[in-house]
Design a protein. Structure first.
Length: 82
């Protein structure tokens, strides 16, 4: 691949990180879809109280996405630099 395509892919990965962050924040704060299940799980098993922490929900949603995108980002950076 040429450098232009790799830079475009790199910018797409950056965009995906921000989209994942925004989606995780919305889901974590509003408790819609899977966010409500994660909130109930943390109330029952982690905190054992009636409170839930939206930041923990956001982290649970965001970390797997970042773990997948990080190797892609590293690979792209190495290919662009080579």
């Amino acid at each position: 691949m040429d450098s232009g395509k790799l830079k475009r892919l790199d910018s797409i990965v950056k965009l995906l990180v921000f989209v994942a962050l925004i989606a995780a924040v919305v889901i974590g704060i509003t408790g819609v879809w899977i966010g409500g299940d994660i909130n109930r799980w943390q109330m029952l098993h982690l905190t054992r109280s009636t409170r839930y922490y939206p930041m923990l929900t956001i982290a649970v949603l965001l970390i797997p996405v970042l773990v997948v995108l990080l190797p892609v980002k590293i690979w792209l950076k190495r290919r662009i630099g080579a």
